[in-house]
Design a binder for this molecule. Structure first.
Ligand code: FAD
Length: 459
């Protein structure tokens, strides 16, 4: 009798450089390619991410010659039921290290009983939890983590493609669903989805903008970063594939370092899953925030890009229009919310997670905590971004602001950041006085540090 297996795709929607396929091919003659529409993940995803995911699934199904089995349900019920139906001896996955994914996989493994859940690889170059200090504890500061991560190294890309596995035809299986259509509410202009789009974007970037990455990566007006985050989020490409193409120095080293941030935050979240919701540095649990409902109006102005601070408004509007925002502007808008409007980082993180196509729990929550000053290796609390000088420095000709804020298109050059003649009609006055709010933020933070609490994780 032929041995069957299931390859359960999750955050690895590709066929190249996918070690899971090698494991499945070793274990069984035929495999069912499975994706589970899991409402626990889909409901909080937001329309933009659901749409991008469904497009990725359509691309994967096409690569598999229409043999992707899509089902809807709770994984710990539906995966064992399918395994029983096709008499699969093994279910193959790449390991998930997110808080929900880890719990889900434990439940599925238990429900599968004698059918083994086999995890091979992960969405990271180095599996979260593997890089540790000499004393065995996890790193809490990025730079030494990156050094140890580079020293540890990673495997070469796995040589896999659609033909690595003989795929079972799922057409006779009754629970099979079509891939859902795009979510109606998603209005964002998204990049093309799927593995071949990811690889062509990577090759385009690698052969052009990567050469000026170190100097230009902070410039939202030039927009010369890779835009790989959304593809990494869904595993349309593995970071190993990107790392394999990099040389050791210069722009390549800077780009590798950015990939290391993604790995660092996944590692931190793996060790401290509670930091998806709570401050990593618990001293900041006591900080004063603008109370509700007073915070409602400024929060709404921030979300809609109507704060009267041009670079902040440009970023928030880019987020809604593209499901993406430049990293420098993510930092500026996050700093503005937490330190100028004194609104908890979680509110902003939730808004980002609703609208970012690349929304990733580890990178988002810890990107927010870094900016808010409550996280690992955080920007020190006294570093409050000045939205005007940040705009002048990183959008020196004002092109980024004019691209996203049409009300300001009549203002030329970098005056668009200062609006010397006052805001033009239709554009709001600044909703706060930055210098004043900066002092308030510093007082809030000083009150915390004067209480003498120590960082609960500093040991
Ligand atoms: C408040 C805030 C929220 C963020 N939320 C997310 C998120 O939900 N998902 C996400 O992927 N990134 C997030 N980031 C990190 C970063 O902004 C994006 O990864 C980057 O802008 C994506 O664009 P890119 O692919 O062109 O980046 P590039 O500059 O081309 O970088 C290459 C890759 O390196 C990784 N990377 C770069 N910077 C960071 C970083 N600071 N932290 C973690 N990984 C990084 C990403 O995988 C990125 O695709 C956030 C940053 C901040 C400050």
């Amino acid at each position: 009798m032929e041995r069957n297996a299931i390859v359960w795709f999750r955050r690895d929607l590709r066929l190249s450089d996918l070690p899971t396929l090698l494991a499945a091919a070793d274990a069984a003659e035929r495999s069912l390619a499975l994706f589970v529409l899991d409402d626990a993940l889909l409901a909080p995803s937001g329309a933009v991410r659901r749409t991008f995911l469904f497009r990725c699934l359509r691309a994967l199904d096409a690569e598999l010659g229409g043999r992707l089995m899509v089902v809807r349900g709770e994984p710990d019920k539906i995966v064992p039921a399918l395994a029983a139906e096709i008499d699969a001896q093994t279910v193959h996955v790449s390991a998930d290290f997110g808080p929900y994914g880890a719990r889900r996989d434990a439940a599925v493994a238990e429900a599968l009983g004698s059918t083994a859940l086999v995890a091979t690889g992960s969405p990271y170059a180095v599996t979260p939890g593997r890089i540790r200090k000499r004393d065995g504890t996890p790193y809490r500061v990025f730079t030494p983590f990156r050094k140890a991560w580079i020293e540890h190294g990673w495997r070469a890309p796995a040589r896999t493609d659609a033909a690595t596995v003989t795929w079972l035809d799922p057409s006779g299986l009754s629970s099979r669903l079509p891939v859902p259509p795009d979510d109606d509410q998603s209005a964002a202009a998204l990049p093309p989805a799927g593995e071949s789009a990811a690889l062509s974007r990577w090759h385009e970037f690698r052969d052009s903008d990567l050469r000026s990455y170190r100097d230009e990566r902070d410039r939202p007006d030039i927009d010369s970063t890779s835009h790989m985050s959304v593809y990494l989020k869904y595993g349309c490409v593995h970071p190993r594939t990107l790392l394999h193409d990099l040389r050791g120095d210069g722009d390549d080293a800077t780009f590798r370092s950015e990939l290391a941030w993604r790995e660092f935050y996944a590692d931190v979240l793996h060790h401290h899953p509670e930091t998806a919701r709570r401050n990593y540095d618990r001293r900041f649990d006591a900080i004063d925030y603008t109370p509700w409902p007073e915070a409602n109006e400024p929060f709404t102005a921030w979300k809609s890009g109507c704060t009267g601070f041009p670079i902040v408004d440009a970023g928030m509007r880019q987020l809604l229009a593209e499901g993406w925002m430049h990293n420098r502007v993510r930092m500026i808008t996050a700093s503005f919310l937490t330190k100028d409007l004194h609104i908890p980082w979680r509110w902003g993180a939730r808004h980002f997670m609703r609208h970012l196509a690349d929304g990733d729990l580890a990178s988002n929550q810890h990107g927010w905590q870094w900016t808010a000053g409550t996280g690992t290796d955080a920007a020190p609390y006294f570093r409050v971004f000045n939205p005007t000088t940040q705009g002048q420095k990183f959008d020196p000709h004002g092109d980024y602001v004019r691209r996203w804020v049409p009300e300001l298109r009549g203002i030329s050059g970098k005056a668009v950041h200062t609006l010397p003649g006052g805001p033009p009609s239709g554009y709001p006055k600044p909703i706060v006085d930055h210098q004043h709010e900066r002092r308030v933020a510093l007082e809030h933070y000083a009150a915390i540090t004067n209480r003498g609490g120590s960082n609960t994780r500093s040991s």
